[in-house]
Design a protein around this ligand. Structure first.
Ligand SMILES: [Zn+2]
Length: 134
């Protein structure tokens, strides 16, 4: 079995993030392309990750393009600057925590940021509903 095949089989031919059934070759640029098998570095090369099979896993093209190089600290910084979090980003954050890419203080910072983001939203909802449902 080639290294590529071993990686493909690690999650039974499924994406390690979203679980979609991966296609090895895509026929068009539509749905097949999004489900295309790509190889992800658990710890990115840019953060000192290696090309060892232990650091590689199967990911669909869609998740891989979202993950990009934005692991760990970098993702947290983006969320903080942007002041909101997208649903799928939670998956990547949990994934980063599982893979040790986020330090304890990063996690604390992220939690505070999430509380801020949701507190703002909840306050807006409160203000709006007070005015709407007088
Ligand atoms: Zn995926």
């Amino acid at each position: 079995m080639t290294k590529k095949e071993k990686i493909f089989n690690k999650f039974n031919g499924k994406c390690c993030i979203c679980g979609v059934e991966l296609v090895k070759f895509h026929k068009n640029m539509g749905e097949d392309y999004k489900r295309m098998f790509t190889i992800d570095h658990i710890k990115p090369i840019s953060l000192g990750g290696s090309n060892d099979i232990d650091n590689l896993r199967p990911m669909c093209q869609r998740c891989n393009s979202i993950r990009n190089n934005k692991a760990g600290e970098r993702r947290i910084k983006i969320i903080k600057d942007r002041k909101y979090i997208k649903d799928y980003e939670m998956k990547f954050i949990i994934d980063d925590i599982c893979n040790g890419l986020i330090t304890k203080s990063d996690i604390q910072e992220l939690k505070e940021e999430l509380l801020n983001i949701y507190e703002d939203t909840l306050n807006k909802i409160d203000t709006l509903s007070v005015n709407l449902f007088k």
